[in-house]
Design a protein around this ligand. Structure first.
Ligand code: COA
Length: 163
């Protein structure tokens, strides 16, 4: 049994330790991290999952980005502790956070990840959305939270603060 709650400042380093465990060393060298540097995650969307003993089992964070001039959510990192993988927790974190995103006014979400996994949540390849290099274009995926929200949204993915 897992309980989801909004990530709080006190959770930050515990979540970082989980990500260090779940991702290859050097994860922060990925180009997606350059879109996050110095920008706060989206309030209310980054979630932690704890078990009945309050042990951290999974976490998901979101950052705001611009695609061309359109705002979008950048999903990730999302990770589940290796001893808890394959129990549906990753899917629970993704579905619950996306359900929260729409009422907050977000229309579209993107990520860099495996299509075979994220396809089940409605993510499809974004052919005309360009992540900073080096990123495999096949892994640039998006889902619309409002009908047609990705139509006509193309171009480079930029930091949310850039003019
Ligand atoms: C990816 C991750 C978050 C999924 O969490 P999870 O709780 O294990 O996932 P779920 O239980 O919801 O789903 C498990 C299913 O997804 C599949 N799956 C997991 N990762 C996958 C991947 N990278 N590609 C394709 N399928 C994947 C599993 O094979 C399983 O398939 P099944 O339902 O047919 O049995 C977790 O495996 C993880 O933390 N991995 C390491 C960090 C990572 O890669 N994060 C994603 C970055 S893009």
């Amino acid at each position: 049994m897992f309980t989801l709650s909004e990530e709080k400042p006190d959770d930050w380093w515990e979540v970082e330790a989980l990500y260090d465990l779940c991702f290859a060393p050097g994860r922060e060298a990925l180009s997606s991290y350059r879109l996050r540097d110095g920008i706060d995650p989206v309030a209310g969307l980054s979630l932690v999952a704890r078990d009945d003993d309050a042990i951290l089992a999974g976490a998901i964070r979101f950052w705001p980005v611009l695609v061309g001039d359109a705002p979008a959510l950048l999903l990730g990192p999302v990770a589940v502790h290796p001893t808890r993988q394959g129990e549906g927790l990753g899917g629970f974190l993704i579905r619950e956070s996306l359900a929260l995103a729409k009422p907050l006014g977000w229309a579209r979400v993107m990520l860099v990840g495996d299509r075979p996994y994220y396809g089940r949540f409605g993510f499809e390849r974004l052919d005309d959305v360009i992540m900073p290099p080096p990123t495999n274009p096949e892994r640039v995926l998006g889902a619309a939270l409002a009908p047609g929200a990705w139509e006509g949204v193309t171009g480079p993915v930029r930091r949310f603060t850039e003019g």
